[in-house]
Ligand binder design. Structure first.
Ligand SMILES: CC(C)(COP(=O)(O)OP(=O)(O)OC[C@H]1O[C@@H](n2cnc3c(N)ncnc32)[C@H](O)[C@@H]1OP(=O)(O)O)[C@@H](O)C(=O)NCCC(=O)NCCS
Length: 254
């Protein structure tokens, strides 16, 4: 039995702040190994800028008498901390490569603000306005993922000028329904391209794909995207270039 536990009703929160609060609570759940945590009672929750602050919060743990096998099964897979690794760019900058989290949304907005039209085109295969790329509905889907079906990695560091965290690149793969294949895509911020990050992110996706029992990782790449094609070939992807085709098909069997 848990030691204690009572979570305040969301009905007590003004309607305007319920949605972000729900996202925050679910995000906390996604980032915590919650099997041992039956309750996170929080009182006096107040909106503060884009965040919520709880004046009185406790973490409730199951007692040591509860065996691991008796703990409840999780509906959502916990944050895969085993995929968090530090790494150093060719220019000496240290980054943390880690799976994306729901609260990364504002950092992803800032990341998109820095991208050139060319990088956006190479990634999405067409022009896409900033307002479309940072639309909240889109970013919720991108940041709040089911780690059983997809993994997105971000490379993050603290900006030495402002001390604020910033995202330098994002890479993801999603399992293709009904197969053991996964499709990847990636985007490194223009300022950070050519420093080895794309290669490192893709090799991490390959490692994770093996751990996750993915059989094949595939991608479509624009024929003029020589950099992505080069990175893929370097890491063992086979490229299928068909004359006149819209896309180069890349695939690696794991
Ligand atoms: C493609 C992308 C992810 C690569 O990331 P990156 O961090 O710049 O890549 P890296 O620094 O690890 O490697 C770049 C490689 O391309 C090589 N390269 C650079 N210009 C090249 C060119 N014109 N032709 C071929 N190779 C080229 C570099 O020499 C380097 O290879 P090396 O390490 O063997 O020397 C990044 O450029 C990007 O985000 N581009 C825009 C979005 C995009 O294209 N996404 C892919 C959609 S599928």
């Amino acid at each position: 039995m848990p030691c204690c536990g009572r979570v305040n009703s969301l009905n007590q929160v003004p309607i305007m702040t319920q949605r972000p609060l729900r996202v925050g609570i679910v995000g906390l759940g996604a980032n915590t190994r919650l099997r041992h945590v039956p309750g996170l009672p929080a009182h006096q929750i107040a909106p503060e800028h884009a965040r919520h602050v709880a004046g009185d919060a406790r973490v409730v743990l199951y007692g040591t008498d509860v065996r691991d096998e008796d703990l409840p099964r999780l509906a959502v897979r916990p944050y895969p901390i085993q995929y968090v690794t530090p790494w150093t760019l060719k220019d000496g900058s240290s980054v943390l490569i880690r799976p994306i989290r729901p609260e990364d949304e504002p950092l992803i907005v800032k990341f998109h603000e820095t991208l050139s039209e060319e990088s956006v085109y190479m990634r999405f295969f067409h022009a896409m306005k900033l307002s479309q790329r940072v639309a909240h509905d889109r970013l919720v889907r991108i940041c709040f993922i089911d780690y059983d079906r997809e993994i997105a990695l971000v490379a993050e560091r603290d900006d030495p000028e402002t001390g604020e965290p910033q995202i330098l690149g994002v890479a993801r793969f999603g399992k293709i329904h009904g197969t053991n294949d996964a499709e990847f895509s990636m985007l490194v911020g223009d300022r950070w391209q050519g420093l080895g990050l794309g290669t490192e992110l893709l090799s991490k996706l390959i490692e994770i794909g093996r751990d996750e029992k993915v059989e094949r990782i595939v991608a479509d790449i624009l024929p003029e995207n020589y950099v992505m094609q080069h990175v893929c070939e370097k890491l063992g992807f086979v490229l299928e270039r068909t004359m006149g085709a819209d896309m180069v098909k890349a695939a690696i069997v794991l």
